[in-house]
Design a protein around this ligand. Structure first.
Ligand SMILES: *Cc1c(COP(=O)(O)O)cnc(C)c1O
Length: 298
């Protein structure tokens, strides 16, 4: 294996000031160069356990997904084939591979273009692992539980009573499994970045019917469409680098930070933001930002 499993244990927490507010940051982006932080947690189960019979891993989703890239790394490490289904592949990307797409191909990903998403029951077998879009499945629990234990240990060391956690959601799997694994003294807050609050609630319900385990959903003042470019998203991304010296991802984190800062008043207890990685995706996002605003932005 390329990566020792211990590398992805126990990411550091840093204390920062942003817009005059103290915020702790859990640096899951530092877990591994190869994996996006959040996906290292979600795919921990597949990294840690032995699968002697498995030969192939199959998944589906968007053509620039962080999960796609992380699965390509996993497959390469384990010597598995990797098939990934997308419903379309733009000509532009096909002739100019970049970002997650480019690096996934380099890792040996076999891209399948099909209108319909593949069905688990037709694919899964003793030799083939099927992974839902974005890793939204029970297996993600093991790695997220590990993250929960790290946060609890840190909170105890810091002698913090009540703690607020904030992280932006795609499928909401990480936020939900975190809240499920944490005691009442730690409240998880999140914001939907893909779809709206109803979609996120629906996702939470699909994973856990017990509403007591659901994170609190906050909404940004304005509606942001996933993957679209916004001047204010880029601005806060830059400001974060200037003020606290950390690069965040350009898809989830700008909406995360904007929403968290807009709601700053409700966080009366210490606040911990989870940096979930995803920096490889910034490559293609920055190209788009440059094209859109045609100026030198990095
Ligand atoms: C995948 C990802 C998310 C979303 O995680 P979910 O568990 O699907 O909510 C957030 N941030 C980054 C950087 C990601 O790669």
């Amino acid at each position: 294996m390329i990566m020792d499993i211990r590398e992805i244990l126990n990411s550091p927490v840093e204390q920062k000031i942003f817009e005059n507010r103290e915020i702790f940051i859990k640096r899951d982006d530092l877990l591994s160069d190869e994996f996006s932080g959040n996906k290292a947690r979600k795919f921990y189960f597949f990294l840690k356990n032995e699968f002697p019979q498995v030969e192939k891993i199959v998944s589906y989703g968007s053509n620039q997904s962080n999960a796609m890239y992380s699965l390509s790394v996993l497959a390469k490490m384990r010597g598995w084939d990797f098939e990934y289904y997308v419903d379309h592949l733009p000509e532009y990307l096909k002739s100019n591979p970049q970002g997650n797409y480019k690096y996934s191909l380099r890792n040996g990903m076999k891209l399948m273009v099909a209108k319909l998403k593949p069905k688990r029951e037709e694919i899964e077998s003793d030799q083939v692992i099927f992974v839902e879009e974005g890793g939204r499945q029970e297996e993600a629990k093991e790695g997220v539980l590990q993250l929960a234990r790290e946060i609890e240990r840190w909170k105890k060391e810091k002698k913090i009573g009540k703690l607020h956690l904030f992280l932006p959601s795609g499928t909401g799997t990480t936020a939900l499994f975190l809240q499920q694994s944490l005691p009442n003294s730690i409240q998880v807050y999140t914001v939907p970045c893909v779809g709206d609050s109803d979609y996120l609630k629906w996702q939470f319900n699909a994973l856990d019917k017990n509403h007591m385990n659901h994170p609190i959903i906050l909404e940004p003042k304005k509606k942001y469409h996933f993957g679209k470019l916004y001047r204010e998203s880029y601005n806060i991304w830059l400001k974060l680098q200037d003020e606290i010296g950390i690069e965040f991802d350009l898809l989830y984190d700008p909406v995360g930070w904007m929403t968290m800062m807009e709601n700053s008043a409700i966080f009366s207890s210490p606040l911990l933001y989870i940096h979930q990685g995803g920096l490889i995706g910034n490559e293609s996002m920055l190209v788009r930002y440059q094209r859109k605003y045609s100026e030198n932005i990095k």
